[in-house]
Design a protein around this ligand. Structure first.
Ligand code: SF4
Length: 309
């Protein structure tokens, strides 16, 4: 089968397998130790919550970038946009590509995904999709088709024994379930064998690479470790526009970095939610889409110095 792969597909296969790398077993106490560290750092703050608080990857990214921006977004009800709908439809189409017995063309997969999501009555995504006018729907269909066509072109067929899972939910409940950490992994492959890591977590991205993407994957690796008791073998971000990977082996240092960032972010989110202090404002490119930009004295403007450069 390998002979039939394009160079890009062969590269993906080689990066996912990496059979030459050692796979040392992890201690059976690893997950319990991580949980204990997180709970002891967060328990006092979590005790002040009246209702459970959910924290996902975007909450952590926001609060680390600008607390005021995070607070403003927390106060807004979730609403679908073309960008968020594009990701959900693309992931559903890719999921269908992995499980259909025929090798359907990308546009067939996209239409199948759109029809299924629109026919899911009562969901907010169905309401959003059915409310699009013909032009906006065509635009969405075209953009999703581009992503799905790239995935089909660049990724090799995924063997059943790799147990591919798309839109795989991961969740950890801490501090008597007061804190709920969670998210959805675009693509998970493989599984641990005993205490030997074996899974690979993949995020599929359009656009340019960002260090935040690796932070997101480390967060998922931490949650997966708490869930399974064994960490993933590696995490990878795959950029569909360029056909390139960012790959990281998950070891004790990676889990430690993920824990410190998650705990630090969760502490800030809890302090703000409990009204223990005022949110600070830190200008960045996020000012461009921040709901506070008109009134914020710290806002970064295009004419000023870019603090992220
Ligand atoms: S405009 Fe910029 S600095 Fe001000 S709250 Fe929003 S993201 Fe933060």
């Amino acid at each position: 089968m390998a002979d039939a792969l394009s160079p890009a597909q062969a590269e993906v296969l080689a990066l996912l397998r990496q059979r030459h790398r050692p796979r040392p077993e992890v201690e059976v106490t690893l997950a319990a130790g991580l949980r204990q560290r997180m709970e002891s750092a967060l328990a006092a703050l979590a005790a002040g919550l009246v209702t459970p608080l959910f924290i996902g990857k975007s909450h952590l990214t926001q609060v680390h970038a600008c607390e005021a921006h995070h607070q403003a977004l927390r106060a807004q009800p979730f609403a679908w946009s073309m960008a968020t709908a594009r990701g959900s439809v693309a992931h559903r189409a890719i999921e269908l590509s992995l499980h259909r017995r025929d090798r359907a063309a990308p546009l067939v997969l996209v239409d199948d995904a759109l029809n299924r999501l629109e026919d899911d009555p009562g969901t907010s995504l169905a309401d959003f999709l059915t409310g699009l006018d013909e032009g906006a729907r065509a635009e969405l269909r075209s953009e999703v088709n581009d992503l799905v066509a790239k995935f089909c072109e660049l990724w090799p067929p995924l063997a059943r024994q790799w147990a591919p899972r798309t839109e795989s939910r991961v969740r950890a409940e801490l501090c008597d379930d007061r804190l709920q950490l969670g998210g959805t992994i675009d693509l998970a492959l493989g599984a641990a064998s005993g205490m030997t890591p074996g899974s690979v977590l993949v995020e599929l991205k359009s656009g340019a690479s960002s260090s935040v993407h690796l932070d997101d994957l480390r967060f998922y690796a931490l949650l997966e470790t708490l869930r399974v008791g064994v960490p993933p073998l590696r995490v990878a971000c795959y950029y569909l526009d360029s056909g390139t990977f960012t790959v990281e082996e998950v070891d004790a240092d990676v889990l430690d970095a993920a824990l410190l960032r998650t705990v630090g972010g969760a502490q800030r989110i809890l302090e703000l939610a409990l009204g223990l202090r005022t949110a600070s404002a830190t200008p960045s490119r996020a000012c461009s889409w921040c709901p506070l930009r008109c009134a914020c004295p710290s806002v970064w403007t295009a004419g000023g110095d870019d603090p992220e450069r």
